[in-house]
Design a protein around this ligand. Structure first.
Ligand code: NAD
Ligand code: DAO
Ligand code: ZN
Length: 369
C-alpha cells in the first residue's frame, strides 16, 4: 500500500513529505493507522546526527497513537479497530529480561530495532525502490506504520486519540521515572533539571507521590509558569546565580535533595544533578539522552559518600501491561495531559514542530493526520 510519510533523508535536513510504499504486516506484525503523533526531543536529537543509532533515510517519530487496521498471521492480542500506542520499548513476555521482573527493557527484537529494521531483518518502507529505515521500531511520522505485535499497547477506546500521543513517551517516561526508578516517597525533596515535557511529567509524578519541595531548573524561564501550575514549588535559572547550580540547590535545601532527575541530555548537567543530591542517600536519575561518544564524570567520593546514580528508559514502564493502566489514570482525571499540548498542527507542518521545540517555544506539538 501507499502511505504519506515524512522522510528524514539525512542529518539536519528538513523532513520531506512523500507517498511511499509500505508492505503489509508479516507474521506477528500489525498495521496501524496513526491518528496523532507528537514531537519529542529524541526525534530532534536523532535528526541532528548525534544519535549513534540514527540510520538514514528513515521515518522518524515514536510518540503516537492510532488504530489497528490489519493484523498479520499469529497475532492474537489485538484486532482491527483496537486503539493502540506504539512502543519503542516493546514488551515480550517470553524475553528473559522481562521474565526477570527487574526491567522493562525487552531484548527480543532489540538488535533489528536498533538497525532500523523489523524483526525479520527487512524494512516495510521503501520509496522508488530504495529502502527507508524504521525508527525506534515505531516510525509514527507515517500515516500508516507496521509494528511488531509486542510493540503495541492496546488502550481504552475511551481515550481521545487527538491527545493520546503524549502517552506514547513523555508522560510514562517522566511519571514512571519518579514511581518506578526513583520510588519517590511522601515528603521527599526533588530537583528537576530541564522543564520540557519529560521534566513536566517528572513534576507531575512527584506531585502524585506526595513529594514536598519540587525544584524546577531551566535556562528558559518561560517554562516556569507551566512547571509551577503542575506542582513545582519553586523554579530557578542557573544563569541567575554566580555559583554552580548544585551549590545553590544544596544551600536552598540545607544539604541537598532526596532525588534529582536530569531531563535535558547534557552530561555536565548530569553531574550537577548528581552532586546536588544529599550526602548519604540522595539519588539522581538520568533520563536525558546524550550525544554519541559523550561521557559522564564525577569524583568517586560523591558515590562513596552515599549518592546514587541511576538511569531510566521509558520510565521503567512495561509497555503492554502497565501503559494501558496509566491511560486509565488519565481517563479518571488522575494524570493531566492537556497542559503538555501547546501546539496542534497538520502532518506537513512537522518541520515547524522541530523549530518550535528547538527554540523552546513548544512543550509538545501534536500532529493530526
Ligand atoms: P525539551 O527540549 O522539550 O526540554 C528540554 C528542556 O531542557 C528545555 O526546557 C530546555 O530549556 C532545558 N535545558 C536545556 N539546557 C539546559 C541547561 N543547561 N540547564 C537547564 N535546562 C536546560 O525535551 P524533552 O522532550 O522534554 O526531552 C528531554 C530529554 O529527555 C531529551 O534528552 C530526550 O532525548 C530525553 N528523553 C529520554 C527518554 C528516556 O526514556 N530516557 C524518553 C524521552 C525523552
Ligand atoms: O538497549 O534495551 C535497550 C533499550 C534501548 C532503548 C531505550 C530507549 C530509551 C532512551 C531513548 C529515549 C527515547 C524517547
Ligand atoms: Zn520521546
Amino acid at each position: 500500500m501507499k502511505t504519506r510519510a515524512a522522510i528524514a533523508w539525512g542529518p539536519n535536513q528538513p523532513l520531506e513529505f512523500e507517498e511511499i510504499d509500505l508492505d503489509g504486516p508479516k507474521d506477528n506484525e500489525v498495521l496501524v493507522r496513526i491518528v496523532t503523533t507528537s514531537l519529542c526531543h529524541t526525534d530532534v536529537f536523532t535528526l541532528s546526527g548525534r544519535d549513534p543509532e540514527g540510520k538514514f533515510p528513515c521515518v522518524l517519530g515514536h510518540e503516537g497513537c492510532g488504530i489497528v487496521e490489519e493484523v498479520g498471521r499469529n497475532v492474537t492480542s489485538v484486532k482491527p479497530g483496537d486503539h493502540v500506542i506504539p512502543l519503542y520499548t516493546p514488551e515480550d513476555p517470553n524475553c528473559p529480561y522481562i521474565k526477570s521482573g527487574k526491567t522493562n527493557l525487552s531484548q527480543s527484537i532489540r538488535k533489528t530495532q536498533g538497525e532500523g529494521l523489523m524483526p525479520d531483518g527487512t524494512s516495510r518502507f521503501s520509496f522508488k525502490g530504495k529502502t527507508i529505515f524504521h525508527y525506534m521500531g515505531t516510525s509514527t511520522f507515517s500515516e500508516y506504520t507496521v509494528l511488531p505485535e509486542i510493540a503495541v499497547a492496546k488502550i481504552s477506546p475511551e481515550a481521545p486519540l487527538a491527545k493520546a500521543s503524549i502517552m506514547g513517551c513523555a508522560i510514562p517516561t517522566g511519571i514512571g521515572a519518579v514511581r518506578n526508578t526513583a520510588k519517590v516517597r511522601s515528603g521527599d525533596t526533588v530537583a528537576v533539571f530541564g522543564l520540557g515535557a519529560v521534566g513536566m511529567a517528572v513534576i507531575q509524578g512527584a506531585v502524585l507521590q506526595g513529594a514536598g519541595r519540587i525544584i524546577g531548573i531551566d535556562v528558559n524561564p518561560n517554562k516556569f509558569a507551566l512547571a509551577k501550575s503542575l506542582g513545582a514549588t519553586e523554579c530557578i535559572n542557573p544563569a541567575d546565580f554566580k555559583e554552580p547550580i548544585e551549590h545553590v540547590i544544596i544551600e536552598m535545601t540545607n544539604g541537598g535533595v532526596d532525588f534529582s532527575f536530569e531531563c535535558v541530555g547534557n552530561v555536565k548537567l548530569m553531574r550537577a544533578a548528581l552532586e546536588c543530591c544529599h550526602k548519604g542517600w540522595g539519588e539522581s536519575v538520568v533520563i536525558g539522552v546524550a550525544g554519541a561518544g559523550e561521557e559522564i564524570a564525577t569524583r568517586p567520593f560523591q558515590l562513596v559518600t552515599g549518592r546514587v546514580w541511576r538511569g531510566s528508559a521509558f520510565g521503567g514502564v512495561l509497555g503492554r501491561s502497565e501503559l494501558p493502566g496509566m491511560v486509565d489514570e488519565w481517563l479518571r482525571g488522575e494524570i493531566n495531559v492537556d497542559p503538555y499540548i501547546t501546539h496542534n498542527m497538520d502532518h506537513e507542518s512537522l518541520n515547524l514542530a522541530f523549530d518550535l521545540l528547538k527554540r523552546g517555544e513548544a512543550i509538545r506539538s501534536v500532529v493530526h493526520y
